[in-house]
Design a protein around this ligand. Sequence first.
Ligand code: CO
Ligand code: CO
Ligand code: CO
Length: 309
Amino acid sequence: MIVGLERADDAGVYKIADDLAIVQTVDFFTPIVDDPYQFGQIAAANALSDVYAMGGVPKTAMNLVAFPIKQMDISVLRRVLEGGLDKMREAGVVLIGGHSVEDRELKYGLSVTGFIHPERLLTKKNLIPGDQLILTKPIGTGIINTAIKAGLVDEKTVDRVTRLMASLNKDAAEVMHQYPVHACTDITGFGLLGHVAEMVEGSRCGVLIFAEKLPIIPETLQYASMGLIPGGAYRNREFREGMIEISPSVDRLVQSLLFDPQTSGGLLIGVGKNHAGELLAKLKERGMDTAAIVGEAISEPKGKIIVKA
Ligand code: CO
Ligand code: CO
Ligand code: CO
């Protein structure tokens, strides 16, 4: 075992030969969008993401399904599974099985197995002072999802954000593999700073975040100003408050986005200064046009995150 419970990371890693380790992860959740096909896509993209975040290539997957068969038409489940399967095809992943149970609420996700060379493994924990932090997807899906549930978001925006959540981190991972990256994670339920905090905890450095450089889904600021901030964002903030210093000049609405729980968020990549510009340019070439350098690892203060405007 190379990565297991005692140093929890995005996925577990088990070495089976000198040049091969398997990466294993599992994730499932309740619907966050109304359309069952799109929900299937998002849930699959989200589950696959942890393999990409470790620097691995996903190979096989198994469906995890909870379904209220007495209350919901079976065609709904069929659409969810189709959405998941299409994402697996796009990722080059083979579906090899699964398991379903009856439940009061629909839930869907995957257990995923990927391959990685043991020496090319990327954990959260090897940031080096001077490293640039590149974020590959804009943040704000938690706030948008809260606004969608309140019926306040127009169809066009729902569609755009749904596609964003359903997009794989595959292209980002492929670009990342071309550079000597030091650390990586994906941004999910703990929000941007929650996941940065995990990186900081395992590295001997601190992190500076440039609030004005953060890629943000534009509509979120308006919804945040209406108070449509998910409960998870407050819990995330409370949990990490002790290690975070936010400059008072950082816009209050942007502050509320720092802890916004993301669904199937982007990769956060730590790479040396000399490679960061080129890596970012390659991401943009591959269509990730909002990707940005959002921070930097600093030698002091260790174990802290400083957010400046
Ligand atoms: Co993760
Ligand atoms: Co996960
Ligand atoms: Co079974």
